[in-house]
Ligand binder design. Structure first.
Ligand code: MN
Length: 198
């Protein structure tokens, strides 16, 4: 659970270069130190004069009707989530339990990936592709615009892919499809399984 206002930036769970060559160190540095920091700064700014929100956790602020609060809280939470579901290339694979669940939900692991990639590529402009667990415990693939969260629909993220251009433009330029395909190599499947079973 997150602490409350004033929020501070969490460190990356690994070095900037940990996800090379899939995500380059420069992209990670700018993405974390500048983009996520900006969401955090803007969130604190938006909360400064809202004393009634100072005791709220990030997850609660993400439900706010105030645009500046909701968007910037989402920007902080979504990035923390994104960092934590990645790991060095080749360090993780899908274990049998999770593979069976994905097969049951989507037909096969490959069909799940096709569906997830379609969500990532079909998101016009900026946003995220997600694998989520719904209230019934079933898995779904969906995408959200900007910094919106599946939590707002009562769905728990298990895996999320940032498809904002700032996430891939330095290395992949306009080729979002190449980034999405390469990204499978750095997914932390152990973390996905932990969240699924939680
Ligand atoms: Mn981002």
């Amino acid at each position: 659970m997150y602490k409350t206002y004033p929020f501070t930036l969490e460190k990356l769970p690994y070095g900037y270069d940990a996800l090379e060559p899939v995500i380059d160190a420069k992209t990670m540095e700018i993405h974390h130190d500048r983009h996520q920091q900006t969401y955090l700064d803007n969130l604190n700014k938006a909360l400064t004069d809202k004393n009634d929100l100072h005791s709220k956790a990030l997850e609660e602020l993400m439900m706010s009707d105030i645009d500046a609060v909701r968007n910037n809280a989402g920007g902080v939470w979504n990035h923390d989530f994104f960092w934590k579901t990645m790991i060095g290339a080749g360090e993780s694979s899908i274990n049998d339990d999770l593979a069976a669940k994905l097969k049951k939900s989507f037909g096969s692991v490959d069909e799940f990936k096709v569906k997830f990639e379609a969500a990532a590529l079909g998101r016009l402009g900026s946003g995220y592709a997600w694998l989520v667990k719904n209230r019934e415990g079933n898995l779904e693939v969906l995408s959200t615009p900007n910094q919106d969260s599946p939590l707002r629909e009562g769905k728990s993220p298990l895996l999320g892919l940032d498809v904002w251009e700032h996430a891939y433009y330095l290395k992949y330029q306009n080729k979002r499809a190449d980034y999405v395909k390469a990204w499978w190599g750095v997914v932390n499947w152990g973390r996905v399984e932990e969240l699924w079973k939680a």
